[in-house]
Design a protein around this ligand. Sequence first.
Ligand SMILES: [Zn+2]
Length: 380
Amino acid sequence: MKHSLLWLVLLPGCDIFTVPATDAGTDDTGTTPPGTTVYDALSFSEEELRSDGDGRYVVKVDVPAGATSFQVTSTSPQLPALESVTDPDGNEILDWQDLIQSPRSLTNAIYPQRTDVAFNWPIREVDGALKPGKYKVEWALVDDSFNYVADGKVTASTVIKRDPDFSQGEVHVRIVYAEGIDQLPKVTNAVEAAVEHWREVWGSVGVTLVERYDTSDLDASLDFTWSGDPSVKKIADTKEPGELQLIVGETVRGEQYIYGVSAGIPGTIEPTKNTFVVLAWTTHAGPDGNFSDNDIMVMGETMAHETGHYMGLFHPVEGTWNNWDALDDTVECNGQLQCNRDLGENLMYPYSLCGGSTCRSQYILTDDQGGVFQRAVGSL
Ligand SMILES: [Zn+2]
């Protein structure tokens, strides 16, 4: 999420539940061929699972030789949360308790916040290459009060990609106008101009943006932003495999200072109620309702920033100034002044830095940030 610093709004905190993981679940898998030319994934598979008596389940990912990254998406009427990941050699390579205690964020899959949660691996270059064999991805299922849910229904889908090139990648994004927005030429013109700036920013780390436009009857007040909605799933069901969705609406539920929101870090490439990044056009246009060149620049950077979250990037520093991303080459600053100076031009900085009616350009991506993009399954 990105705000304007002029009206600094604190993000909602994450309430955490406790209790360590136990080994449980089923390991049935079924594989269907991708059947597409747009998305050159090695395989898509989906399985129906139920959590065990302790509210846990396991998704086994069978990684063939030549595969380079995978994404597991858990979908349930309840809230899934990642607990641990074990590699084919039996080494536990990730544990939610370590991640929660760390001030450096690696994945938000550990937080039970939505009904659709995605986990991508590997995330960074230092995570090493994917190994052929069976990865064990353990999850918990909890309810709104963070109590474990026994015998709860889950659909787990897995996508495995084989793109070996982590220096260049193509990301396909479907830009979907919410109801009526395509009838406003001043908005569609500004969106198209902003997309050109977005393309430039991503291009600096070898990511090629391939966009297309679509219209929809989605709610322009973006009321679905915080919890997802079946209307989003219905639109997502018609997207191409591997495509991301950027939904352009008016505001995020009337919040006039929120530029945009990503439904996950990372977000899922599967069609779900939470397959979206949203962009609020009125926040960018400002009180006069018109787009200046600076407004268009900021809007392009919001597009690149929010879809950056969707691909797995965190803010290099959070507005509390004591939480950072887990990347080595983004400065670990302390305090607003130092952070504004050292990271204020980074694409993933949490706030716009504006004076009067103009904002600074936030366009910089580091090599490690580029590496996260390239490992995401949405980048081929
Ligand atoms: Zn953000």
